[in-house]
Write a protein that binds this ligand. Structure first.
Ligand SMILES: Nc1ncnc2c1ncn2[C@@H]1O[C@H](COP(=O)(O)OP(=O)(O)OP(=O)(O)O)[C@@H](O)[C@H]1O
Length: 390
């Protein structure tokens, strides 16, 4: 059976490319668990939740541990250094060296909101969950990464606006209803069709995470495109600490598609934290309830994934009408049945424990899947620079 010292010794080859020292010396190896079977679990502590080099550590740690005699399997988990630990690390590095301060360094929770298919109300719930979290006293940002069907600007009354740039060359998020908002839609001409090639998408998302002055936030909610494709893969590489909330309708078929999205999310290491069911029946003013899209899909999916079902949001006209008017329903009519269900879900999100470390059964150190390059359409510049107001 391999020993802890052997594993630590082996891990000294894994260098933090930003701090130029090995992760053992830097005190970033949080824990090493060795099973009698020779299976080893290592948890690495990152400096920021938005640490962009998780993939580097994952591959490096898996390879280093695998090289130790007697190791039969390796899994790698991640968490984040506490403020006190970061101060300790800062001291160790000396005054001159600064810890990498990504734009998300002050963001406590990053929650990606995704779905198996379109039209299930992902954007509507993102906007209203954000407003509900705000009403619960949290500071909240919304990143609309739904590159093919962005609708957040419209739902927050920000259509046609463009963010400004600070003297430090940071993109300043727009503010609406107390929320900080960035959408891919702010940077495109209205109705402009863009063929997002993998590298271009990666560059744009990296810019949203690195070059936006998000500041201090309790929550950053990210509205993903439906399904799990390039965007989810890119975000999973850029945001190892992000969790994934899946929106589904009660329908059996929708739940099946959502399950596929969950499996994909799992493959690209996004931790699935919860499920929320939308369009969970319609109740007439006289109190008669119609389960228009069936029943039970959200609970079944949550049970299958072993995560909580945070809420069941009914169909209500005010939810649709306020989204169309650019105002989150929860901010103006908190007594509406859909608003109530969204408040319940927001409180459930707050109550969720911090993300579990991501455990991967790694025996070979296969890199994360490469971004798929869209072949259709005329060639696009790879390095997209987002156009902004002065
Ligand atoms: N619970 C609900 N009650 C009434 N209308 C709803 C509800 N949820 C969503 N809608 C409406 O359904 C339509 C689709 O919702 P939305 O745009 O949020 O879906 P989506 O999953 O984000 O879609 P896509 O991913 O394709 O952009 C919108 O008109 C929205 O207002």
């Amino acid at each position: 059976m391999p020993t802890r010292d052997q594993i630590l010794e082996a891990l000294k080859v894994v260098i933090d490319p930003e701090l130029h020292k090995d992760i053992v010396t830097l005190g970033m190896v949080r824990s090493i668990d060795i099973a009698e079977s020779g299976a080893v679990n290592v948890t690495v502590s990152l400096t920021t939740p938005g640490c962009p080099i998780k993939g580097h550590f994952q591959t490096g740690v898996a390879a280093a541990v695998k090289s130790v005699e007697g190791v039969t399997a390796v899994s790698v988990g991640f968490d984040v250094l506490s403020d006190v630990e970061k101060q300790g690390l800062q001291k160790k590095l000396g005054r001159a060296a600064g810890l990498p301060e990504g734009a998300l360094a002050q963001v406590a929770n990053v929650v990606c909101i995704g779905s198996g298919k379109g039209g299930v109300g992902k954007s509507t719930l993102t906007v209203n969950l954000a407003a509900a979290l705000l009403a619960e006293g949290k500071t909240v940002g919304v990143l609309d990464a739904d590159v093919w069907g962005y609708s957040i600007p419209r739902m927050l009354g920000l259509g046609g606006q463009r963010p400004k740039v600070s003297p430090e060359r940071k993109i300043l998020p727009l503010e609406a209803h107390g929320l900080k908002v960035i959408s891919i839609g702010f940077f495109l001409k209205e109705d402009e069709a863009v063929v997002w090639r993998g590298p271009m998408l990666h560059k744009a998302l990296t810019q949203f995470l690195d070059d936006v002055a998000w500041g201090e936030l309790d929550y950053l909610l990210i509205d993903l495109p439906p399904g799990t494709g390039d965007v989810s893969m890119t975000l999973s590489q850029l945001l190892p600490q992000a969790t994934f909330m899946i929106v589904t309708t009660p329908q059996d078929a929708a739940q099946k598609v959502a399950r596929r999205a969950a499996q994909m999310a799992d493959k690209v290491d996004l931790t699935i934290s919860s499920v929320i069911e939308n369009m969970s029946g319609f109740t007439t003013p006289s109190g008669e309830r119609f389960p228009i899209f069936g029943e039970g899909g959200g609970q079944n999916l949550a049970d299958e994934l072993d995560v909580p079902l945070l809420g069941q949001v009914p169909l209500t006209m005010p939810l649709r009408a306020h989204a169309d008017a650019g105002i989150p329903l929860v901010a103006v009519d908190p007594d509406d049945a859909a608003a109530q269900a969204i408040f319940h879900a927001a409180r459930g999100l707050i109550a969720l424990a911090p993300a579990k470390p991501i455990a991967l059964p790694v025996l070979d150190s296969t890199p994360a899947p490469a971004l798929q390059v869209v072949q259709a359409g005329p060639p696009q510049p790879v390095g997209m620079s987002l156009p902004m107001a002065g």
